[in-house]
Design a protein around this ligand. Sequence first.
Ligand code: ATP
Ligand code: MG
Length: 498
Amino acid sequence: MSGPVVEFKAATKRFGATVAVDTATLDIRSGEVLAVLGENGAGKSTLMKMLYGIHPPSEGHILIDGKPSAVQGPADAMRNGIGMVFQHFSQFPALSVRDNLLLAWPKTPFWTGRRNAGIAPALATLAELAPHIDPDVRVADLSVGEQQLVELSKVLNISARIVIFDEPTSVLTPAEAHNLHGFIRRLADDGMAVILITHKLADVTACADRIAVMRRGAIVDVSASGEKPISSIVSLMMGKEIKRTLTAPKPIKQRVEQLFLNNVCAKAPGMELRNISLRIAKGEVLGIAGVAGNGQSLLADVIAGLHPITSGDVVLEGQSIARRDVRQTLATPLGYIPEQPRENAVVEDMTLLRNLNLRALAAGSRVDDEALDLLSRFNVNPPEPGRLAGSLSGGNLQKLVSARELGTPRSGVLACYPTMGLDLAAIEMVYQELFAQAEAGAAVIWISEDLDDLMLAAHRIAILREGEVVAVKDNDGTLSRDEIGALMTGLRIDEVAA
Ligand SMILES: Nc1ncnc2c1ncn2[C@@H]1O[C@H](COP(=O)(O)OP(=O)(O)OP(=O)(O)O)[C@@H](O)[C@H]1O
Ligand SMILES: [Mg+2]
């Protein structure tokens, strides 16, 4: 047995007064998958950014192959065989998948690389993880999960021997995640050291060899996978026991329709919405289920007023909200939690307070006096209104967006995957706030990948397939997963169950 390939020795990272990583000591070995768990803001991304050379440790050090690491930055890291797939990845949306892979290939100038074999391994990886992606399609036209898989293929193309995945499965469908688990396992079996940062316990059980738990910057536990029950891993993460408290919103006594989609049609490259009609009542939570890539993003953009509709209308409280300018759209009393909030819903160079005010200002008000309350109610950590949004951890940034969109009463709410990337306590909090909006009279549309959660809490579930609503079902306790699965895929129930 050779020694560990990476050793953190009492590594600490401070940002001003914040101790993001606190005297962390940890070994990473070749041939293993090490899962890193911890609540939002625990220091997981920062720990690995130290290894990747983005943030040099403030104290302590990092050894690679037993020698002090000389990695000065990402380019250096790649030369040293270290790859990192980020929580928030960077691609050129207007370019094709192929060109994105070429631009990332460090050894050949991209203009001579067009027929170069350099990206052949990346294309092969992509073909394995997502055989349906055509390399010549624009990145902008892929689902977020597909973009993640392109990013992954890009990073693996640098002949890495240490690979860091920062929450790779939070944007993947269950099927994509399942594929990725097998792939990660094989990387380790081929001798790579794989670090898997995740909030999903399913990732851990599927492919981790060891589990490191972080809390408030410190490594609080390292154990072999299976050595401890998952419940004690969760308590270590949160410092307390977390119970699922998800309770369905109250049934609706009398329907007062509040949000209408009337025969909505819209077009985007590779996707067309056809005649979508939905009615959501005051106090109602309508879940939207579907396999990712069946029109969810376009539907959300259309309801939020970010994408033009070709015919039909979206009506909130009797007013059409489909053809409004930006200012009107911001002032519309529709709370909107979009996909990828870092890209779509915050300005990283602005303070938390300014971000909280973005919507209110358009409606001619401000939330200055409530800001502190909002930040603490939505558990945004650290709750400092004057801090820059870009310095928040991924999950805390997501909570900031929820605070702005769900923190004040709305007539309608559109929540797209609102719990993506959140830790267990934050998931419960966001669901509570979402359902509280309904109970206070909002009409809520909730797009989710998680059929179990939808079946626990939505009043009705609409199924989206290939740009059409193929069914709307009452969630009256008689619905079965297989039935919804069949509608989602277009298969027969016996084929789904098999
Ligand atoms: N560039 C930065 N400037 C200031 N503070 C930062 C910066 N990056 C991270 N932090 C702080 O360091 C702490 C740890 O953040 P980190 O991103 O490592 O958390 P995480 O465990 O990855 O959380 P999540 O699950 O939400 O992604 C947080 O309090 C965060 O606000
Ligand atoms: Mg993170």
